[in-house]
Every structure is written in C-alpha cells, then in structure tokens.
Design a protein around this ligand. Sequence first.
Ligand SMILES: NC(=O)c1ccc[n+]([C@@H]2O[C@H](COP(=O)([O-])OP(=O)(O)OC[C@H]3O[C@@H](n4cnc5c(N)ncnc54)[C@H](OP(=O)(O)O)[C@@H]3O)[C@@H](O)[C@H]2O)c1
Length: 311
Amino acid sequence: MSIHVVIGYGPAGAATARLLAGQGHSVRVVTRSGRRPEPGIEHVAADAADSARLTGIARGAVAIHGCAAPPYHRWAAQWPQLAASMGAAAEATGAVLVVLGNLYGYGPVDRPMTEDLPLAATGPKGRARAAVWEQVRTLHEEGRIRAVEVRASDFFGPGVTDGGHLASRVVPRLLRGRSVSVLGDPDAPHSWTYLPDVAAALVEAAGAEQAWGRAWHVPTAPAQSARQMVGRLAAEAGTGPVAVRRTPPAVLGAASLFSPLIRELREIRYQFDRPFVVDSSAYESAFAVHATPLDEQIRATVAWWREHGVP
Ligand SMILES: NC(=O)c1ccc[n+]([C@@H]2O[C@H](COP(=O)([O-])OP(=O)(O)OC[C@H]3O[C@@H](n4cnc5c(N)ncnc54)[C@H](OP(=O)(O)O)[C@@H]3O)[C@@H](O)[C@H]2O)c1
C-alpha cells in the first residue's frame, strides 16, 4: 500500500481521499485549515502554495492529487503560485502529479468538448485554468515530473453542496416539492460529472502510466438539461412534478453587488445559456472507470440529501 497526498478537502478531495483510504492506502490531506484525523487519513494544516512545505508533506508519496482551488474570484492571482508549488513538490519527490481540472480552458465552443480542443479561453478564469495545465505539462515534457490532468464538468452527486449547480440550492427544495431556479437556460443540454466518478478517475489516472502527459475527461453520463435532471430527481423522490425556472437576470444582477462569486459567474454564463457537453469517450475506451449510470446517480443523490440535507 502506498502514500498519497490529496490537496484540498472540498467534495472532490474528500471523495478521493476516502476512496484511497478505503483501498488501504495511507492518505495525507493538505488544507490550510486542517482537520481531525479519520481512519486512514491524516489531515495536515498547510498552504499548498508553499512549495517547501508541500514538498516536505509529499516525501515518500507515490502521487499528489491536486483537488484544491483558490477562491473563485482570485483564480487569476493565485493559481500560478499553487500550480508552481504542486509542480515543484512533484519534481522534488518524484510523486506523480494528478491535477483535477475543469472545462473552462476551452472557452465557448459549439460542439461536444474533446481533449484535443485548443485551450482557447479568453476570460481570466478560463485563462488561469488553461495556464495551470500549460505550466504542468511543460514540466512533464521537459522530463522533470510525471503529470496528468483529469477534467470534469460540473459536479453532481452525493457530497456536492454549495459548489454545485444541482445541489444545495436545488435538491433540498425539490425534495419538498417546491419550485427551483437554475442559472441559464433550463432546457440547454449540460454535462454533469458524478462526483464518485471524479475520484475514481483521479485514482486510476495516478496509477496508469499510459495516462500521464496529457489531459483526459472524467467519464460523464450523456448530457441532460437542468429541467431533465430535476424531473428525474423529483421522480425518484416521489414529490410529483417540480417547476424549474431560469434565475431572473435582475436577481443575479442584484446578488452580484454583494457576492464576488456571483459577479464572477458572468464569464461562464455561456456554459448555461447554450449546450455544454463533454465527450469522455477517450477515457472510457482507454481505462476501466466508466460513468456511473444516470439512474444510479439519481438514486444515490436523493438518498444522500435525505440523509444529510433535508429536515
Ligand atoms: N465544483 C465543481 O462543480 C467542479 C467541477 C469541475 C472541476 N472542479 C475543480 O475541482 C477542484 C476541487 O473542487 P472542489 O469543489 O472539490 O473543492 P474547492 O471548493 O474548489 O476547494 C476547496 C478546498 O481546497 C482547500 N484549499 C484551497 N486553497 C488551498 C491552499 N492554498 N492550500 C491547501 N488547501 C487549499 C480548501 O481548504 P482550506 O480553505 O482549509 O485551505 C478546501 O478544502 C477545483 O479545482 C475545482 O475548480 C470543480
């Protein structure tokens, strides 16, 4: 059994750390705030952007799983240092660096996204994410580290809460049979990546040499509109039909006066106003992890929210 470092303990970091611990690995989780230990998981309080500190924590590890992100409105300023630190720790320790990425780097496109699309985003957040991989890939191509990026669409599933679009703001309401509002066009096809599949792909890519040196899309079920997903969740919950509305632009405009996060959403509105579809067939034909069937995702998500979130 091996030592793995997981940076970040948001939904993805937690799911990855628990999957690894469940497989019998020894896991060190790095967050600035730290936590009490869990079975098989040691929590270390440290800033992962501090390369000397991260390198010390990663000594002896086979892999570093990068599952943290700076605050949403600080990506352009803070991602370069975090990416540089992960790269330096991977170089100093020989651990494989697995970066959890997203689809922002492609920018708006008019077809399903495949990994060979150029990282053509022009907005600050899209550029920041593209630069993370460009920085890490350069180190890999120079032979200084072994690295892979695993890109997910918007997270969905058990454990996804405030950072998800079909999560805290939507599922508890629909479980009570109340109407929900969503960002953008409720009928635009959208890819939702199931959180347990994210963790499974990160772990698989870390151990699969043929995965290294390029980016892959996490296995993701066929795209569904927000209205279709809400309909499936409501059917599973037995609440009867639930109305789905677009969040009015005036409400978003007012909220953006107070919330930097909502202000930042402007850059990615295209992801919700038109089809936003990921093609994960390359990963699924090369590796063992496949997208969890949608019915199973829906069942597990309703069960999770019943247990954790709905009074
Ligand atoms: N949410 C989605 O739908 C989605 C979809 C695709 C990809 N992604 C990407 O997947 C990654 C993980 O996302 P997530 O939603 O699971 O988590 P997240 O909310 O983006 O990450 C927060 C975690 O990272 C830690 N963290 C932040 N800065 C840190 C630093 N400098 N050093 C150490 N720890 C740090 C935080 O703990 P402390 O505050 O205690 O440090 C917290 O545990 C992110 O890169 C995200 O952009 C997310």
